[in-house]
Design a protein around this ligand. Structure first.
Ligand SMILES: [Zn+2]
Length: 155
């Protein structure tokens, strides 16, 4: 798959996990449809930043932000990150006071989405990506471009 195929793939997977969680909770009697869907499905945004985070959910904008460098490096393994961020959006909608990476969040990711071994970080592939980013930093430094010190954080 090329550059654009992976972006479309990520969009499809984002929609898939949103629909999956919607379907799972459609029969939950303890929450009203207004509570569950007041904000609708989370939006999606791609970012090109070389941050420590592979992805994030921004509750203020109800948006999942996916970091392109990670997607391109880990490809299909990025699916867990997409599910992870979508779970944060549903966690907020369904149980706003739950702990960010707490029991309810892990229930969504591990039981509902089926990532049974999922942890709350993406440390399995993060070091490899950060190593590549550090190399990129060194190339920038060698060419006397302004250093990106935020790329130097390695775990
Ligand atoms: Zn998280």
């Amino acid at each position: 798959m090329n550059f654009y195929d992976w972006l479309h793939w990520a969009e499809d997977r984002h929609a898939f996990w949103c629909n999956h969680l919607d379907a799972h909770f459609s029969g939950v009697a303890s929450t009203t449809p207004e509570q569950r869907y007041s904000r609708g499905q989370p939006l999606l945004e791609f970012s090109n930043q070389a941050t420590k985070r592979a992805g994030l959910y921004d509750p203020r904008r109800h948006t999942c932000v996916y970091q392109i460098p990670y997607l391109f490096m880990v490809e299909a393994r990025y699916d867990e990150t997409i599910a992870h961020e979508v779970c944060h959006a549903y966690q907020r909608a369904l149980y706003p006071k739950s702990t960010w990476h707490g029991e309810f969040f892990l229930y969504l990711l591990q039981e509902v989405c089926g990532f049974t071994d999922a942890k709350t970080t993406h440390s399995d592939y993060r070091p490899a990506v950060l190593k590549a980013l550090r190399l990129s930093y060194q190339i920038h430094a060698a060419s006397h471009l302004p250093p990106r010190t935020d790329w130097l954080i390695l775990d």
